[in-house]
Design a protein around this ligand. Structure first.
Ligand SMILES: NC(=O)c1ccc[n+]([C@@H]2O[C@H](COP(=O)([O-])OP(=O)(O)OC[C@H]3O[C@@H](n4cnc5c(N)ncnc54)[C@H](O)[C@@H]3O)[C@@H](O)[C@H]2O)c1
Length: 305
């Protein structure tokens, strides 16, 4: 029995839940939202799809007690309207730090000891706080981090070079936010280092980096939120856990040297973060990573007694 709880049933949480159901990745789905009416509505909307999709699942509603034997909890609580209004993911910081406290305490009280994947923004600061409150070991709690920004970079680079995004490898590292950066020394197209291919002037790396960083806001400007790409990232992480894929991907993981969560390559499998996978960075990239870690730590410390 694969049991997953989604906490926060907005644009993101419902898309994640929908993807999990359609792909048949879940047998028991626990749906939790502080807005009771919305949670009820989502419950019925999902349940009404069962007669027309090839998969079925038992859905439980707004019961933290159900987390005790859940394999995975996905946190997607928040208030995206605050981000949309200001164009700054940190607008949700005070809201989601409070949510992380209340939700984290309930997760802890449930006896949950599975894997927690955080999406709520600002992703790195919130996963930091959730870890502190739940006391889950660092390997069992991580965030989507720069996995999404990396997908945006893959899309942008692929577009310029006429390649599928899957043919572009490498990482956006650091904060899921303004201090993130594309580590160009890690980026390859069909195995060829991009820094060599970009020598012919075809690609403006600063522009491509900006495209990845600003990707969310291009979407938010048009529709007020993002949902499909982040859900695809979270579901890929779920698959990495359930299938014990030992998948190499950037995630918001705990780095001892910074004493905080930050977007960095790791290997994900059935126990969550199996290991952090060090990547060779240039001196400039290393310095950007150090600065980004400082930014995250300042945000993560806000509102702490
Ligand atoms: N990490 C990423 O790459 C990424 C990408 C997209 C969105 N996000 C973030 O994901 C979060 C959700 O986005 P959204 O568009 O679904 O937002 P939304 O505002 O549509 O939905 C948030 C939901 O959380 C619920 N909620 C709020 N506080 C809660 C609590 N204490 N307990 C349970 N539920 C609670 C709300 O009732 C609402 O239904 C936001 O923080 C957003 O910024 C992160």
């Amino acid at each position: 029995m694969r049991k997953i709880a989604v906490i926060g049933l907005g644009n993101v949480g419902t898309t994640v839940a929908h993807d999990l159901l359609l792909r048949g990745l879940v047998d028991e789905l626990v749906l939790i939202d502080s807005n009771e009416k919305k949670a009820q509505a989502e419950y019925f909307d999902f349940s009404d799809s069962f007669a027309r999709i090839p998969n079925n699942a038992v859905i439980k509603l707004n019961d933290y007690g159900e987390l005790k034997d859940a394999d995975i909890v996905i946190t997607s609580f928040g208030d995206v309207a605050a981000t949309a209004k200001t164009g700054d993911r940190f607008a949700e910081l005070p809201i989601n730090l409070k949510n992380a406290e209340t939700v984290g305490q309930k997760i802890k009280a449930s006896g949950f000891d599975g894997i927690l994947i955080n999406i709520s923004n600002p992703c790195d600061a919130i996963v930091n706080r959730l870890q502190g409150v739940t006391g889950l070991p660092h390997n069992r709690i991580f965030g989507t981090g720069t996995f999404l920004d990396t997908a945006r970079m893959q899309r942008a680079v692929g577009h310029v070079f006429g390649e599928a995004p899957q043919n572009v490898s490498g990482f956006v590292l650091g904060e899921h936010g303004n201090s993130q950066f594309t580590a160009w020394s890690t980026v390859k197209i069909d195995g060829q280092p991009l820094t060599k291919l970009a020598d012919d002037g075809k690609a403006n790396l600063d522009e491509l980096d900006k495209t990845a960083r600003d990707g969310a806001f291009v979407v938010i400007e048009g529709k007020g939120y993002t949902c499909f790409a982040i859900a695809a990232c979270a579901v890929e992480m779920v698959q990495a856990v359930f299938a014990d894929l030992h998948q190499f991907m950037p995630a918001s993981v705990f780095l001892e040297q910074y004493d905080c969560y930050i977007g960095y390559p790791a290997v994900i499998g059935k126990d969550g973060v199996e290991r952090i996978q060090p990547v060779e960075l240039t001196a400039d990239e290393q310095s950007k990573l150090d600065q980004s870690a400082q930014t995250i730590k300042e945000k993560a410390a806000q509102g702490k007694n």
